[in-house]
Design a protein around this ligand. Sequence first.
Ligand SMILES: [Zn+2]
Length: 95
Amino acid sequence: MQTIRQQIVEKISEEALNALELSKLLRIREKEVCEHLDHIRRSQSAKGRKLIVIPAMCLECGYEFESRGKPGKPGRCPRCRKEHIQDPRYRIVNY
Ligand SMILES: [Zn+2]
């Protein structure tokens, strides 16, 4: 039996996913996904792996949010003020 964290690591080692997609796959709340991701981000480097955050992007004007390195989701676009945001996605890579 894998822990939730191991399952997240396995999923995002295969493909980049956002927190909502992970929450649906693992049947946990999005907020919990973000907490696990934050822990994964801090723990993976010791294993020669790294959690990559693919920045959120505004689907209205194409504004790319700065990767804050910390899992989470922006509310609205600072440029056009719309809330049509592609959530940041997460990926585990070996280095
Ligand atoms: Zn925008």
